[in-house]
Write a protein that binds this ligand. Structure first.
Ligand code: HEM
Length: 507
């Protein structure tokens, strides 16, 4: 060693060692890595695949809402106490919910994701006091409902191949055409080809929402790790918005020309174009502005998604249960015919049982805006609170045979008689909570009245127009698929027998 040192000049010596190091160190590291990998592989349990999720887990990287500090509420009394008595602490949703909000990096919001405050009040009030107002909105939409029903009956009769129908596509087409009409108005003509594009685009967007929660935290990194998923989400939303924008512009043009239709019966988009919302973050409620085109498109997407898929899913679940239980179906038919278009107690009971047994949203998410006691636990501000809507409706302490579909439980004398769905912010409501498929408190679903109306309307007419039977050799499978909405894992196929030519009976 000494000989070498004396032989080399100092500068040359350090270069030599640097050279040696660069040659030797990688070899040493590679051999260490190989040895470690070999021993990991030899110890690695057979049958466990090395996935991206596993690697992220081992590195301690967690994306998405599911990895935020979370409390799950499964007890109805605690849920009621949380949402009604402590409503002020639970009025926000976690950041990073909703496709529109995620894709725009929190720049755009829908009613669902808008932070609790004056803009949320303005958007929500616009929906409930216009499109969903019992007279100005729902009553005026009667003609749209009749047209959608006629389409549905026609599609079911026409699609019946040897009497067998794939039910979901028929329901979807009818609800889509109804919601397009109430959203854009009668005279924004959408030809059937465009309608098919919209159907496909909405479906693709819904599919892209499965797993989108990973983008709610550390978005930049999550985009890199889940690049394919991100691209799908962005592109599918872009596709729907590009289909809606020309229709929104046509509404604008119609308003500019002062079309009488707008004055008589404004569509949802007309009301959004008319609306002035407070300017967020200024603290001056009087400072107001119009919504941008992007914002209107996001709200339209919310209306079409929430208003179509939920109703389609529930109608499909209900018809599936009626196929499985022909006695319930016969009673429903008898009693709706006897009611002759008036309110029918048994029809309401069937709808309530469907909502209890198959709520489209399994969980409802809120985020606490201050430290609060939930049940007997102190939970810190910022914690995500998941209310387990499905489990609350199946609580065996409240419901007998909770897994069974028994509409009679909502008839006089049944354990569910008199149960109300409409729980506002009144603390007096809290004691009566037995199920909450529409949520509760100030942020409960604003579409509830419309949803009940549509469910009863279509169901009443579908059971009087057709008899619904099992397809020979194919049992109805009531297994759920838990995605963005809870739908049937195996879509319903039914054998139908046409009974009458239907005169639409509106409730
Ligand atoms: C059977 C049908 C439906 C069910 C079961 C349902 C259920 C729900 C639930 C559980 C929530 C969360 C409520 C909460 O946080 O307390 C919600 C919110 C919401 N729903 Fe529905 N929904 C239905 C139909 C509709 C329809 C037809 C619309 C109309 C467009 C709609 C629009 C909304 C909106 C905008 C929100 C957000 C409310 C807010 O954050 O202020 N829903 N819905």
């Amino acid at each position: 060693m000494e000989a070498i040192s004396s032989f080399l000049q100092p500068a040359t010596a350090s270069s030599f060692f640097l050279f040696l190091a660069t040659m030797i160190i990688p070899v040493v590291i590679r051999s260490i890595v190989c040895q470690i990998s070999a021993s990991i592989i030899s110890m690695w349990p057979k049958g466990i695949a090395v996935t991206r999720e596993l690697i992220l887990h081992l590195l301690g990287i967690r994306f998405g809402l599911d990895n935020e500090p979370t409390v799950v509420v499964q007890d109805n009394a605690v849920a009621a106490d949380t949402l009604l008595r402590r409503a002020d602490d639970f009025c926000d949703r976690p950041a990073g919910m909703g496709g529109t909000s995620v894709v725009s990096g929190g720049r755009l919001h829908t009613i669902t994701t808008q932070p609790y405050g004056p803009v949320w009040v303005a958007l929500r009030r616009n929906l409930t006091s216009e499109a969903f107002h019992p007279v100005r909105g729902l009553e005026r939409a009667a003609a749209h409902r009749e047209r959608a029903l006629a389409k549905l009956i026609g599609d079911i009769s026409g699609a019946a191949d040897g009497g067998v129908v794939n039910v979901q596509p028929c329901l979807y087409a009818a609800l889509l055409s109804l919601n397009m009409a109430t959203c854009f108005g009668d005279d924004v003509g959408v030809e059937s080809e465009k309608m098919e594009d919209i159907r496909e685009a909405l479906e693709e967007f819904r599919r892209s929402l499965n797993g989108y929660h990973v983008f709610s935290t550390f978005q930049t990194l999550a985009k890199l790790v889940y690049w394919g998923r991100w691209r799908k989400l962005v592109n599918s939303r872009k596709r729907v918005v590009e289909l809606f924008l020309p229709l929104i512009r046509a509404c604008k043009e119609r308003r500019r020309l002062g079309h009488p239709q707008n004055m008589k019966s404004p569509s949802y988009v007309d009301t959004l174009l008319e609306l002035n919302v407070p300017v967020a973050g200024t603290g001056h409620p009087k400072q107001r502005q119009k919504l941008s085109e992007d914002e209107v498109a996001g709200l339209v997407l919310e209306y079409m998604g929430a208003g179509t898929e939920t109703i389609v899913a529930l109608l499909e679940w209900t018809l599936a249960n009626l196929v499985v239980q022909p006695d319930v179906q016969s009673r429903l038919r008898r009693e709706t015919v006897a009611a002759g278009g008036e309110a029918c107690e048994y029809l309401r009971a069937v709808v309530m049982e469907s909502l209890r047994r198959h709520p489209p949203f399994r969980l409802m998410r809120r985020q606490m805006n201050r430290d609060t006691v939930i049940g007997n636990m102190l939970v810190a501000r910022g914690t995500v609170v998941n209310i387990a809507l499905e489990e609350i409706g199946r609580d065996s302490k409240i419901w007998t045979y909770p897994e069974k579909f028994i509409p009679e439980r909502f008839m006089p004398g049944g354990e569910g008689a008199g149960v109300r769905l409409s729980m506002g912010s009144s603390t007096a409501d809290a004691g009566k909570v037995m199920m909450m498929p529409f949520g509760a408190g100030p942020r409960k679903c604003p579409g509830m009245g419309n949803a009940i109306l549509l469910l009863e309307y279509f169901l009443r007419n579908l059971v009087t127009a057709f008899e619904w039977h099992q397809v020979d050799g194919q049992e109805v499978d009531l297994q759920p698929h838990y995605g963005f909405f809870t739908i049937m894992d195996n879509p319903l196929r039914a054998r139908v027998m046409q009974l009458t030519t239907v005169n639409a009976t509106d409730v």
